[in-house]
Ligand binder design. Sequence first.
Ligand code: GRF
Length: 218
Amino acid sequence: MVKLSKVINALSMIHERSNRKIGVLISGRGSNLQAIIDSIEAGTLNAKIAVVISNKLNAEGLVRAKDHGIETIFLDHRDYSSREKFDLAVVEELKSRDVSLVCLAGFMRLLSATFVRAFPSRILNIHPSLLPSFPGLDAQTQAFDYGVKESGATVHIVTPELDAGPIVCQAVVPVSDSDTAELLAARILSEEHKLYPEAIGIMLDGGWRVEGRRFLRS
Ligand code: GRF
């Protein structure tokens, strides 16, 4: 006789694979959110944005989501007495909408270990440099000022350490002698807009695993 627990496991694996609902977390402009919306609407990304959550009331990304009929939630982190409590409230909203992937798109907050544990290897972030170079804020200016000849963008799985999780994919952007930090940032951003939807598709399609720091596709 087949054990009930095995059947439940198999069913939950099938559900996980067929669940293409994502939650997007933002704090501002939302141009990456827009790129995700556009890719879904163009049919190049098979996903559904179940909810967009912002910790900033006036985030432009909230307007972008509403314009496309996507549910939005504003949760002010200052209303919570700790990072954990805020994170738990966000997790609850995501879980109650059954999202299988969480995408940070300019979400300007570090996630607690509690948040990360709620979605193991199921949280993505996009960062405007070739990690592990130039983590943290103003990565484009950091790279420009350092004098690198190539920078770019990285999509990685989120861990509680800042910009340090396994790398899903990267795009390289050359730096020219006539560049400014602003021009470089703009070229990196347009690469981000292609890279993030692609990475989300990879994650949702499955057939990947994480070994140590390495993200591998089988
Ligand atoms: C992007 O540069 C992204 O790499 C970084 O924050 C910025 C968000 O921009 N994490 P936007 O809000 O998606 O326009």
